[in-house]
Design a protein. Structure first.
Length: 506
């Protein structure tokens, strides 16, 4: 079969960094091609070139055998090429429907926007994805997982011949993943071409036909998914032996650091249906307490509530080191020794217009002062320290953080909080969109932090990593804690059963 879209000798350079070097790709209709590589390998850069986002590069693109050159993103869209972004590319102050139809608005016979028709079509699209998001809701009011579904719906609207999917399942629940996979199989049957990036290697063996591996901007492998293995792919990605973090021997935890009793977060729109309902939990000094739950279980709201947000809607008590505390702001929570790595790093975790060094030092400005002025030398010393410790791939200290890969941005967010040496570090989906090797580095970091006496609250929607890293596991469902397991007693089946709402078990 002749390829739909081809890339020949694609090279892309940023200041101080060669993101891609002579990469070749040939994509056929009716197939899913997995694009695999560590964070910073060049995957997202290649997708942005082939979908018209980056127009300045060396090499050439061919569509159905003819050379093409995009001037703007819409050129690619008009040709039938669309992309679902890892870093959500939605306009927060517009509605769901307005985002989905942006650039393709529907009008009535008077030439005016037909908002009702766009809302209805949006409702139909979201129905296919079995999501009950209101088309008129502003995107800023949605959680990350819901925004990811909107991104998917936006791509489905275009009915493109080529669809790039950059970590489409990173923020959605297992049920939504199954729905997405059914849609992908239907797209394959229609002869469409899908390029699929995911760090969840197991799902690639479920959905992909072919694979291409990038490492440090170079293509280092390709083939059929049926003719490779998980270990072989990891080896190609890393180019080195990966040592898996071993669990520490079980140790007793007897010193309470943080305790929550009857924490309830009221819902102003539905007073009789609280978002969090009588949450009780204890975190011990040096413990990694894992929390698992499906999308909408209340995990992120719990993180935010503990970190000084929503205090006007909160009831219950919070104890830190034996003293009752009432954090009325994020500033108070930070001053008391709490830190939060948020679920949405792009919106809440980084300052995209600032450099990597500035993002690392932003939480400890007092450490980089000299005679009352910010010291670039001290700022760069902090940068060097954390770039080495966390293996952050950045061209230079003054490189804008928005030009880093998602995984390296996440490491910077971790670095800025680690520098404060918090008493309790709250991690909300810290490995979302991060490759398997970088995950292993973060697991090791978490183990080291816990060993040093820092308590960790680890929230994840991936059961294997909850089992991997946690000393104790809590399960949330519909705003409540529904189960608690010691690490040695927890199994995947027990956790799944505990997170399913009672009314769905009958």
């Amino acid at each position: 079969m002749n390829p739909l879209l081809e890339a020949h000798n694609i090279t892309k350079k940023f200041p101080g960094v060669t993101a891609l070097s002579d990469v070749n790709l040939s994509l056929e209709g009716g197939k899913v091609t997995a694009l695999i590589g560590e964070n910073g390998a060049g995957k997202s850069t290649l997708l942005k070139i082939m979908s018209g986002i980056y127009t300045d590069y060396m090499g050439k693109l061919l569509f159905k055998g003819k050379q093409i050159k995009f001037s703007v993103l819409k050129d690619a869209q008009d040709l039938g090429i669309s992309i679902i972004h890892q870093e959500l590319n939605l306009i927060p102050y517009l509605s769901v429907a307005q985002n989905i139809f942006l650039g393709n608005e529907l009008t009535n016979r008077f030439g005016l926007l037909d908002q009702e028709k766009m809302n209805q079509k949006t409702r139909d699209l979201l129905s296919k994805l079995q999501t009950d998001v209101d088309p008129t809701a502003t995107v800023s009011s949605l959680k990350v997982g819901q925004q990811q579904v909107v991104e998917i719906a936006k791509a489905l609207l275009s009915e493109s011949a080529v669809v790039f999917m950059d970590e489409p399942t990173s923020a959605i629940g297992d049920n939504d993943v199954e729905i997405l996979f059914r849609i992908i199989k239907q797209m394959k049957a229609e002869g469409k071409c899908i390029v699929y990036i995911s760090h969840k290697l197991d799902e690639l063996f479920t959905i992909a036909d072919d694979f291409v591996v990038l490492r440090d901007g170079h293509q280092v492998g390709k083939g059929k998914m049926t003719q490779t293995s998980r270990d072989a792919l990891i080896g190609m990605m890393a180019g080195r032996e990966i040592h898996k973090v071993k669990k520490l021997e079980k140790k007793p935890f007897d010193q309470e650091l943080f305790k929550v009793q009857n924490l309830t977060l009221n819902n102003p729109d539905h007073p009789n249906r609280p978002i969090l309902n009588h949450i009780n939990l204890t975190v011990y000094k040096g413990e990694v307490l894992g929390i698992y739950g499906l999308m909408g279980a209340g995990r992120t709201e719990l993180c935010e509530s503990l970190f000084g947000m929503h205090h006007r809607l909160l009831k219950g008590s919070i104890m830190l080191e034996g003293k009752e505390r009432s954090f009325k702001s994020v500033k108070e929570a930070i001053a008391a020794g709490l830190a939060l790595v948020p679920e949405d790093r792009k919106k809440d975790g980084i300052l995209p217009g600032m450099s990597v060094a500035e993002n690392i030092s932003i939480t400890v400005l007092d450490k980089i002062l000299k005679l009352g002025m910010l010291s670039k030398k001290k700022e760069h010393q902090l940068y060097d320290k954390h770039v080495d410790a966390l293996n952050i791939k950045a061209g230079a200290a003054n490189q804008l953080i928005r030009n880093l890969s998602g995984g390296n941005q996440q490491k910077v967010v971790l670095a800025k909080w680690i520098e404060r040496a918090p008493k309790l570090l709250i991690l909300d989906e810290p490995t979302r969109g991060i490759d398997v090797n970088a995950k292993n580095e973060i697991y090791k970091l978490i183990a080291d932090l816990a060993r040093s006496g820092i308590s960790i609250l680890f929230i994840s929607s991936e059961i294997p990593e909850i089992l991997e890293i946690s000393d104790r596991i809590l399960v949330m469902s519909e705003g409540q804690i529904t189960a608690e397991f010691l690490r040695e007693d927890a199994t995947e089946n027990k956790i799944i059963n505990a997170c399913i709402p009672e009314n769905m078990k009958k």
